[in-house]
Design a protein. Structure first.
Length: 306
């Protein structure tokens, strides 16, 4: 039986992966990862990717998808993931989407959204760069991240250059993609499922996961990535990796590094929930919930009647 696409969202460490695996086994489904860091090769421990055994047992897509030096936006993901989902459903394969990257999920289900909220700090930084480096250096930056837009504007068009850069650095979406994309919703039926748990329990899981990552060799993973030349990529500008890089540069000690990873992960989880709470179409489940599979099955039955 072909079921609606199940989209599992929620904060980091809340249990999205475990639920997606359980549902995938129940419905013989394949899993689409909506995680903006698991998409990169070599970032394994710090992104909490499923184990190699699980990846071998269940088909996952958009994990280890690209190398860390490649720019990959929410628009890229939306386009490729829609194509993959349609392809799987055309051969009667069920699909589960799981991840905590709210922009990825929004772009996948709703299309590229044009009303990007620009980060004020990013905007201020770009204006400082304009003053210190000049417009041509910013134009070169735009040519690298959004060549289609750069081709259409003058190298002296400060306003449009700044707009292209601030949109990309704020939202991970190329302005050229936004300008040509219709905000078409996904053609496939879906059910959005949100996972939540008490803050104390979630923070305990976050702290335990950080300790486990360190014990599993996160420092060595980062050393390897640096040796491969990926230190200054956007992929490593994320919680877990940037703190380790500071530790390896002797900017902070080991204990401070672990403390910062836990603290910054908790802050990230808070931002995730702020994003997801705005979506009134999510069916929320408070964990632990021993009946969650049956409740989701009930949602599927109701959706199939529509």
């Amino acid at each position: 039986m072909l079921i609606p696409v199940l989209v599992i969202a929620g904060q980091t460490a809340v249990g999205k992966t475990d639920l997606s695996i359980e549902l995938a086994e129940k419905y013989q489904a394949e899993i689409i990862s909506a995680d903006s860091r698991q998409v990169y090769k070599y970032l394994d421990i710090g992104t909490a990717k499923p184990s190699k055994a699980i990846l071998k047992r269940l088909n996952h897509h958009f994990i280890n998808h690209i190398s860390p030096d490649i720019k990959y936006t929410a628009g890229d993901f939306a386009q490729e993931a829609r194509q993959k989902i349609n392809e799987l459903r055309s051969i009667q394969k069920n699909v589960i989407v799981a991840g905590g990257s709210g922009l990825y999920i929004k772009a996948l289900l709703e299309g590229i959204i044009n009303d990007v909220k620009v980060d004020q700090e990013i905007q201020n930084s770009l204006y400082r760069r304009l003053k210190d480096e000049g417009v041509y250096e910013l134009y070169n930056d735009l040519k690298r991240i959004d060549p289609d837009l750069a081709k259409r504007i003058s190298s002296n068009d400060k306003q449009r250059i700044l707009r292209g850069l601030e949109v990309y650095y704020s939202a991970g979406i190329r302005l050229s993609e936004m300008q040509k994309a219709d905000e078409e919703p996904a053609a496939f039926p879906y059910i959005k499922i949100g996972l939540n748990m008490k803050r104390e329990a979630l923070y305990s899981r976050i702290n335990a996961r950080a300790d486990m990552m360190m014990n599993d060799g996160l420092v060595e993973e980062v050393k390897t990535l640096i040796n491969l030349g990926y230190e200054n990529t956007n992929a490593l500008n994320t919680v877990g990796y940037k703190e380790i890089i500071r530790f390896l540069k002797n900017e902070i000690d080991y204990d401070s590094c672990i403390t910062l990873i836990k603290q910054n992960t908790r802050r990230y989880a808070k931002r995730q929930m702020t994003w997801f709470r705005k979506d009134t179409s999510i069916n929320w489940f408070n964990l632990p919930d021993t009946d969650i599979i049956e409740k989701i099955s009930s949602l599927i039955r109701e959706k199939n009647k529509q």
